[in-house]
Design a protein around this ligand. Sequence first.
Ligand code: PLP
Length: 387
Amino acid sequence: MLTTKNYIAKSVESMRPSGIRKFFDLAAGMEGVISLGVGEPDFVTSWSAREAAILSLERGFTSYTANAGLLELREEISKYVSERFCVPYDSKEEIIVTVGASQALDLALRAILDPDDEVIIVEPCFVSYAPLVELTGGKAVTVETTSEQQFKLQAEALERAITPKTKALLLCSPNNPTGAQLDKEDLEAIAGIVKRHDLLVIADEIYAELAYDIQHTSIASLDGMRERTILINGFSKGFAMTGWRLGFICAPYELSAAMLKIHQYAMMCASTPAQYAALEALKTGMNDVEEMKKDYRRRRNYIVQSFNEMGLDCHTPGGAFYVFPSIQSTGLTSEQFAESLLREEKVAVVPGSVFGKSGEGFIRCSYASSMEQLQEAMKRFRRFLGR
Ligand code: PLP
């Protein structure tokens, strides 16, 4: 009999399933669960963006676009990135519209890595980084961050991890899962090392619009960094457009051309109606982004204060929509904590350990839920801890 398992590629066979999914699946079978587990906005995409997609369909715009995406959208992205993040990109040759930031990450890694090349990833980090690096045959080298340093990458730790095989640093700010935001000074120190060792940076700035206290700085905007940065962003988080699957990459011509080669064979182009929606979101949706941001900020302040009052140490993250409180005082592992909390109080959170070893002792809670839900979740947390 045919054993189909024997046909699976070794790189896929050794891949572990996402720890986030495991908790989704557990929670999905239960009633009355409040989920602080999901990494997506609770807002619906702005009406003007939805209407633009409907209109594009009514007009019959149902064919492929250019591989790199609608030129009009790339022009608008170029304007947006230049105005908001102070980095100029040529809309014709240096921007690719992708299927979410997820595909952008995959393209960036596949375009630059040869087998055994090393990429430095900064943990705790988004669950896809290491598997995507490993799928290329490259090696993900981990640099850990700590709560004492508000989970910010320290320049010295970065330098210690660099070897002759290091090709790039994959950097995410504001960060998932910790919410840590690197300010200009932090980034200058990192950029200095990147330049000294002649590395590339893959900058995952998908949460750039969700920076609450200080303006987001793109590492690409720093002196000498544009030429060595692959800048990744998208519409999922700031514009509440997760289901549209739309992101983009900005990078100097040669890097963009390399990524476009893969994109044209692997994907052709991103979805056409989604591109029309994103175009409208950039043209008229910034007020909605600001409104959502105000709401997230209010919720962040509430949840950070609640956790600290309960005795779960929680730093105030500068961005994204996650908090990362310590559960070390309970004596449980993060997985035990998350599982017991779900079973006993029906609140879903994600164990910090799924984001890397240094995430152990913490849980990730998303505050992309209504204030009423957050208040109820905090009530259940108190009851759980009281026991
Ligand atoms: N990068 C980070 C840090 C994320 O948290 C996520 C989604 O959770 C992504 C990339 C993927 O985003 P997209 O929905 O644009 O594919």
